[in-house]
Each structure stands twice: as structure tokens, then as C-alpha cells.
Design a protein around this ligand. Structure first.
Ligand code: SIN
Length: 530
């Protein structure tokens, strides 16, 4: 693997010194930054602003048992069951025991959680949860509510130096220890720091159909791999059962929150029949991987490219108030969700795997941390329980901040990568390669996986990675695509290594029996209740 991606010399690159460099301005990056000792000088970098992060788009909420402490046992149990036996139980216990404290911090910081008439937080339920324990903001705009408030507070902190057009190129390592990052911010810039926290979100753009924003290209995971970090659970890629069918799959798919099913919406096939009741005791609220595969089966059985979500049991007023974002977006696409069924299909949504970290959020490279979707703390196992992800950002962000505060590590002033001879200019057709990668990952490393298809795709990805690595880096698109190829290689290698199906990793080795990922075609407008 190519160690550093820049070509030539960094002699003229400006060098700045910080105590901590955080990369990513979603909830993980912002909350970690805000929990750091304010006497630490921190750079908070991202390739685009918080509004383009995955956090901003999160609809459902944050799962946390705020009052009855004995009910935490069932939250732990639901998390372990969803994770299909592969969670790290110690990490899960810490998440659920400590999470309410961090949610209380958000409340104290005036994050606008929805309240009931008596002033208590309103709670909802999503797939895999045996009780109502999910807090939300703005009905279905939780991510926006939390991210906006944290970004506002961060903007007023004098110790945080915020740059939202700084693209992470590499993590700098000296003598086996983290020494800073190399970023592109109107030119190469070196940010020296003894602590680097990677919070760059997920890898959704590696898949043709995803709810993730354009920024989710796995940059942090790829840079960490080049720096020698260990990754874990890369085969566990979560598909959300219900994304609104899209006329333009090159853009992200709009999520239809599981909370809608939590409030009673049901799934129907294109013939109008319900199909989840016999499949799982929780029916529409079964864990995500199960609902996803059932929808795919039903799509195949009925020869359709989508299924329907039916929320017509609720009034227009209720849906507009409780799910304003979904109500408005569906109306914009000609679907009145109080009267018409919503055409939906499963699409990529979340990465359970990532940079392996301990309870202190540190990787195997001293001084290199990761928080949020970029990290693999072990709390999600083979399948994440809905609305546990924002909770993970908070709890592990705080642990990361505490660990940095007590580390005593000092900046290494000599930390500048050595000059390297320029490579010849490459001839790769980047848009074509990017499309091919996304298309092949969707078909062959998605919901249903077959051995030969994964092997062929791995060979394709390695070839592409080699082409990109042996050419001069001419643009940030080039770096991003190389990051995507690096992460795809790790997903495919891990998926091939895990021979048994578990959680979100479902292997079908007999091509005759395999369920195809159906091609996308333009759906009709919302269906009509029969
Ligand atoms: C949703 O609202 O369905 C998504 C929540 C999550 O991904 O945890």
C-alpha cells in the first residue's frame, strides 16, 4: 500500500502546531472537541461543513434510558440481540450505562429535544427495540437539531480552530507514534499534533444506493489503514430497509425513518399484502438486517423493484407534526403519506466496522483515535440497533477527550513526511471508475453476497487501486477514489474471510438460489390503499 499520497516535496507547505487535530464535523467530531480540556489548542477540520455530514441527516433519534435505570438491562439485551452475538459486551454495557449522562449534557446545552405536554422528553421506538426509549428533535430531524447546536457552541470556543474546506490526505506517523495530519486546504498543509481523532463518518458512497451524503467516502478509515491502524468488522455493512425510491440513484436516497414503523406504519408488497408478520415476532420492528432481507425476498417474489410502507392509519395533522421532514419530502415527490403508500427499498445506510478502538477510543497507533461511524468500538457487532449510533458518538467522544486529557503526549516538532519523487501523471477515467466501483459493491458486497462475485470484485478493486496508487495525485477526486478503493478492498477481504452468514453479512454461495439485487427502475407515485 502507498504510505503517503502526496507527490514531490512538502518543503513549502505551511506547518502549524496543535495539541489535538480532529477530522470530521459531525456529532462525533463536534462533541469530542467540546469535551476536550479547553486549554488544549485544537484544529477541527472537515472537507465540508457540518450541514453536509451524515449526522445532519439522522432522523430517528438517540436511544437512551433516561429515567428507570432497571430498564437499561433491556436496552443492553436489545443491542446484543441485534448485534447477533458479535458485540463487545463490555463496550455495550459502558455505552448504555453512561449514555444517559451524555444525553443529559446535550439537554443542559439546550439541544432542542421534543417534549410532551408535561415537559418530559418524548420517546419513540424503532426496529429491534423492545420499549420506547428514543429521544428526538424536530420530529424527524434529530441529527440537524443536535449538530446545529453543537456547531453553534463550537463556533464560540476560542480553543477550537475550525476549517471546513480541509481535505484529509494522510495521518503522519513518526517512530510508530501519531505526529499530525497532512491535509489539502488551498494547498498542502501540515498540522502537527500528538493526538489525531478521525471522525469522518461512513462509507456509503462506496455503494450505488445509499442514504449517506456525498462526503461519506471512508477517508478516515483509508488514511488510518495507510498509517498502520487495524480495522475490524469491515464486512458488516448495514442496509436500511426503507429508503424512498429515487428517480436519480446517483444522488443519495432519502431515508424514511424506522420511527414511522415505530409509530405503526406497516410494510406491504406491490400486491398490497403485508409480509412481515410471519417472519419475526417483532414483525415490521424486527432488527434491520432481517427486515431488509425480507423486503428483498418479497421484491424478488413479486418481480418488483420496491415495496410499500403504509402510514395511512395516521392523520395528515399527526404525520405533519411528528414527521415534518418526511412528510414534506414525500409531498415534494407527489406522495401524500396520509393517503398513499410510500414506495421504498433497502439501501446502504451505516458501517458497523471501522478503525478498531478500545474503550478510550484509541487505535493501535499511539495517539491515533477514532469516534463515531469511522470507528469500530464493538458496540454494534454484526448489526447496529437503531439510534445507538449517535449515543456511541457521545459516550466514546467523551472517553476520547478524557484519554487525551490524561495522556501527557507532546507534539513532535520534526513531523514532516520526507520528500518523495513525483510519479508520472495517471490516465484513469475517474468518474467511470467511481461509478463501476459503486455499482459492483452494491451488487456483490451488499445485502446478499456470493463468493465468486466477491472474488471478482476484489480483483477489480485491487487493479483499480493499483492504477490510482501508481499515478501522480492530480486532484482531490483522485484521493477520494483511492480512499474508496482502499475501504472497498477491506470490506471485500473481510467478507470473503467470514464464511458463515451472520447479522448484516449474508452469504449465498449457490448462484441458483441467490436473491439478485434488483435493478432500479422509476417507481410509480405513491400507491393507493386497497
Ligand atoms: C432511522 O431513523 O430509521 C435511522 C436511525 C438510525 O439509523 O439509527
Amino acid at each position: 500500500m502507498r504510505r503517503y499520497l502526496y507527490d514531490g516535496s512538502l518543503e513549502d507547505a505551511p506547518v502549524e502546531r496543535f495539541d489535538v487535530v480532529l477530522v470530521g464535523q459531525g456529532i462525533a467530531g463536534l462533541y469530542t472537541a467540546l469535551r476536550l480540556d479547553p486549554s488544549l489548542k485544537c484544529a477541527l477540520l472537515a472537507k465540508s461543513d457540518p450541514q453536509t455530514s451524515s449526522s445532519w441527516l439522522a432522523q430517528g433519534g438517540i436511544a437512551a434510558v433516561m429515567i428507570a435505570e432497571d430498564a437499561r438491562a433491556s436496552h443492553i439485551e436489545d443491542t446484543l440481540v441485534a448485534g447477533a452475538g458479535l458485540c463487545d459486551e463490555k463496550a455495550v454495557r459502558m455505552l448504555i450505562a453512561e449514555g444517559p449522562r451524555d444525553v443529559q449534557t446535550l439537554i443542559d446545552w439546550d439541544v432542542p429535544f421534543d417534549l410532551d405536554d408535561t415537559g418530559n422528553v418524548r420517546l419513540t421506538r424503532e426496529g429491534g427495540h423492545s420499549a420506547n426509549r428514543i429521544l428526538h428533535c424536530g420530529g424527524d430531524a434529530t441529527g440537524r437539531g443536535v449538530t446545529q447546536r453543537l456547531a453553534e457552541i463550537a463556533g464560540g470556543r476560542p480553543n477550537l480552530w475550525i476549517r471546513d474546506q480541509a481535505f484529509l490526505i494522510d495521518v503522519i506517523v513518526e517512530d510508530g507514534e501519531t505526529a499530525g495530519v497532512l491535509a489539502w486546504d488551498n494547498g498542502y498543509r501540515i498540522f502537527q499534533a500528538p493526538h489525531v481523532v478521525l471522525c469522518t463518518g461512513g462509507i456509503g458512497q462506496n455503494y450505488e444506493y445509499t442514504t449517506n451524503p456525498a462526503s461519506s467516502t471512508g477517508d478516515g478509515i483509508a488514511a488510518a489503514l495507510r498509517a498502520g491502524a487495524v480495522v475490524q468488522d469491515m464486512e458488516f455493512v448495514q442496509f436500511h430497509p426503507t429508503a424512498l425510491m429515487s428517480r436519480d440513484p446517483s444522488r443519495r436516497f432519502f431515508l424514511i425513518s424506522e420511527a414511522l414503523r415505530g409509530e405503526g406504519a406497516v410494510l406491504r408488497n406491490v400486491q398490497g399484502e403485508r409480509f412481515m408478520q410471519g417472519s419475526h415476532p417483532l414483525a415490521e420492528l424486527a432488527p434491520r438486517d432481517i427486515v431488509t432481507r425480507e423486503i428483498m425476498r418479497e421484491m424478488e417474489r413479486t418481480g418488483s423493484t420496491f415495496a410499500y410502507l403504509d402510514s395511512t392509519h395516521r392523520s395528515s395533522e399527526y404525520l405533519r407534526d411528528r414527521f415534518p421532514t418526511i412528510h414534506e419530502e414525500c409531498l415534494r415527490q407527489g406522495i401524500d403519506i396520509a393517503r398513499q403508500w410510500i414506495p421504498v427499498r433497502p439501501v446502504q445506510h451505516y458501517m458497523m466496522g471501522g478503525i478498531r478502538t478500545g474503550l478510550d477510543a484509541m487505535s493501535n497507533v499511539p495517539g491515533l483515535y477514532s469516534v463515531g461511524e469511522t470507528a469500530c468500538t464493538g458496540v454494534h457487532g454484526a448489526n447496529r440497533l437503531a439510534s445507538n449510533s449517535l449515543l456511541e458518538c457521545l459516550v466514546f467522544g467523551r472517553h476520547c477527550a478524557q484519554s487525551i486529557g490524561s495522556s501527557g503526549r507532546r507534539v513532535r516538532t520534526g513531523a514532516v513526511p520526507a520528500p518523495r519523487p513525483p510519479l508520472p501523471a495517471g490516465k484513469a477515467d475517474l468518474p467511470e471508475l467511481r461509478w463501476l466501483l459503486r455499482h459492483r459493491m452494491m451488487r456483490n458486497a451488499g445485502i446478499v453476497r456470493r463468493t465468486q462475485d466477491m472474488r471478482d470484485t476484489l480483483a477489480f478493486v485491487r487493479d483499480m487501486k493499483n492504477t490510482l496508487e501508481t499515478a501522480a495525485v492530480a486532484t482531490l477526486d483522485h484521493v477520494e477514489l483511492l480512499d474508496m478503493a482502499t475501504v472497498s478492498e477491506a470490506v471485500l477481504a473481510a467478507a470473503l474471510d467470514r464464511t458463515a452468514s451472520v447479522g448484516a453479512h449474508f452469504r449465498e454461495s449457490d448462484p441458483e438460489e441467490a436473491a439478485e439485487v434488483a435493478d432500479l427502475s422509476i417507481p410509480p407515485q405513491g400507491g393507493t390503499p386497497s
